[in-house]
Design a protein around this ligand. Structure first.
Ligand code: NOJ
Ligand code: CA
Length: 562
């Protein structure tokens, strides 16, 4: 496959790394992470092999929702640094070949944003229509309340001006009204501003909320997304929108712009993620295999973003009640581990009981799934959560750089966890020295993922492995194939695969030494240890076994528009 395609459409096999400047590294010793600290860690990130950083909100904020409540879209939270520090960070990231995207949170502002303060002054305020108002309290559908621990309605009475305003999230986050052309212009201006400062795109917060519930109703709310994307493309052809769109697959295709692919460039695969957790809980391939089969192919040049954990709760909202309970039982049986009645406020390693073999298999699975993998900082070393922290903050603890913590010269404002997942046992410095550490494993997976663009670009097929606990799939692009196996179970398995079109091919193991031959009937038997995983590159019989890095350079046929 020709690698030049992967530079134009860089996002299709990027490795995205999400971090919060506030919790990554403190550069000035006040216990809060900042841009100067982050900039000092750029070589660590480049060495890890990630290709794109996603910065969580770094804008001025009263911080009632960890920065997702913004008071100025054109500035830097002074606790994290200055615009000067930001630009130096961008310069250094770009020098190391890293792209940077940032959270774009424009469904709402903070209620302390000057726009909202002006809007609520009176019904006649020129900014009034920047938000969504109603004379009467609209009937509440409990299903619409995103944070049921704190809210029981999405409408809040504003005593001063005598109307209710809409807030899809907390009451201190009034929804902006994108039906208003001035608001839409301002949003484009925000995008343009940060793109001029070097961003390659945005992770768009709460996309379905952004385009719904506006007044007056937009004829087609998706036109707004298409307009925004067109604006970005005019300014910078290879910029991307990575959408937080947690809706069923069928509905989701509309956010890609259906067949046109002219709206959100990448969407997180929330369904696949939840089914992956069901597979992990059951030790069975079927839930994830069925998601992969159901998952529609994104339009040309669009991509799925795959992930196992993020900065929010592990949401299980798209599973049945019984399935959710199965996962709660397996990975978060205590009430304190659960949140909002739909998720878990935990990180992956403690959920998997700290079993390194199983943890490594879970990440191997993530990197082999068709799509663009997204890591949440600290996943690469297996950080755990701090359940003593409030709500979702449990998974947003400072990065563990060394056995002493290494995050700050002083006491971090946010606390790290104690015990088996605390910095003494889980940290970057130690894992750099250990060849069999999770950090080294993730580094290897990233290297192999980048060397196998078929995984992200190709057509993928789930293969019948004959074993309920083994997920087998293959990705084919332009005559090159990678076959991948994951044993979700605790016992050794030997599977027999039928590999169409690969009779007599050699399969070279990309994670450990070894080659296997496919029979002249196209069959192969492959053993897998408990929680074992194998990535196998297929090479034609007349060619010497290929090293992982050797690939054909014949031109890649783009999938047709459907
Ligand atoms: C989604 C973000 O991921 C979450 O952290 C935040 O609380 C809500 N949007 C509201 O902005
Ligand atoms: Ca600081």
């Amino acid at each position: 496959m020709r690698l030049t395609y992967t530079s134009d459409l860089w996002w299709k096999n990027a490795v995205v790394y999400c971090l919060d400047v506030e919790t990554y590294k403190d550069g000035n010793g006040d216990g809060i992470g900042d841009f100067r600290g982050l900039t000092q860690q750029i070589d660590y990130l480049a060495g890890l092999g990630v290709t794109c950083l996603w910065l969580m909100p770094f804008y001025p904020t009263p911080n009632k929702d960890d920065g997702y409540d913004i008071t100025d879209f054109y500035a830097i939270d002074p606790r994290l640094g200055t615009l000067g520090d930001f630009v130096e960070f961008m310069r250094t990231a770009h020098d190391r070949g890293l792209r940077v995207i940032a959270d774009l949170v424009v469904n709402h502002t903070s209620d302390q944003h000057p726009w909202f303060k002006e809007a609520r002054r009176s019904k006649d305020s020129p900014r009034r229509d920047w938000y969504v108002w109603s004379d009467k309290k609209e009937p509440d559908d409990p299903g619409q309340v995103v944070f049921p621990d704190k809210e029981n309605s999405i409408w809040q009475y504003d005593r001063g001006s005598g109307q209710y305003y809409l807030h899809s999230f907390y009451r201190h986050q009034p929804d902006l009204n994108v039906a208003n052309p001035e608001v839409r212009d301002e949003i484009a201006r925000i995008l343009g501003f940060w793109m001029e400062l070097g961003l390659s795109g945005f992770r768009v917060d709460a996309v379905p909320f952004l385009i719904e519930n506006v007044e007056p109703k937009l004829a087609d709310p998706h036109d707004f997304l298409a307009d925004l994307r067109a604006f970005m493309t005019r300014r910078q052809g290879d910029s991307v929108l990575l959408g937080e769109v947690n809706v069923p697959y069928k509905e989701l295709m509309g956010y890609f712009g259906d067949g046109l692919g002219d709206q959100v460039t990448m969407c997180f695969d929330f369904i696949g993620m939840q089914r992956a957790w069901l597979s992990l809980a059951r030790g069975e391939a079927e839930p994830l295999a069925s998601a992969l089969k159901e998952r529609p192919r994104p339009p040309k040049d669009c991509q799925w973003a795959t992930f196992l954990r993020n900065h929010d709760e592990l949401t299980l909202d798209k599973l049945t009640d019984e399935e959710r309970q199965e996962i709660f039982q397996a990975f978060g049986p205590e009430e304190d581990m659960q949140i909002f009645g739909r998720g878990l406020r935990r990180r992956l390693p403690p959920m998997l009981g700290g079993d390194l073999r199983r943890i490594k298999m879970a990440y191997s699975l993530l990197f082999s799934l068709p799509g663009t993998p997204v890591l949440f900082y600290g996943e690469e070393i297996g950080m755990g959560e701090n359940l003593a922290a409030e709500g979702r903050m449990a998974v947003r603890t400072p990065m563990q750089w060394s056995s002493e913590g290494g995050f700050s010269m002083h006491e971090p404002v946010r606390k790290m966890p104690d015990g088996p997942f605390g910095p003494e046992r889980v940290n970057v410095a130690d894992q750099k020295r250990q060849q069999d550490s999770l950090l080294r494993w993730i580094q290897l997976l990233i290297e192999r993922y980048r060397e196998c663009p078929e995984l992200a670009w190709g057509t993928h097929t789930v293969i019948d492995s004959g074993s309920p606990q083994v997920l087998a799939h293959r990705c084919d692009a332009d005559g090159a194939s990678v076959v991948v196996l994951h044993n979700l179970g605790r016992t050794t398995e030997e599977v027999e695969l039928k590999l169409d079109g690969l009779a007599n091919y050699q399969l070279t193991d990309l994670l450990v030494d070894g080659t296997t031959e496919v029979s002249d009937k196209g069959a192969v038997r492959l053993p897998l240890g408990p929680h074992g995983c194998r990535w196998l590159r297929a090479s034609p019989p007349e060619v010497a076994p290929e090293d992982a890095s050797v690939k054909s350079d014949s031109s890649f046929t783009h999938p047709r528009r459907s």
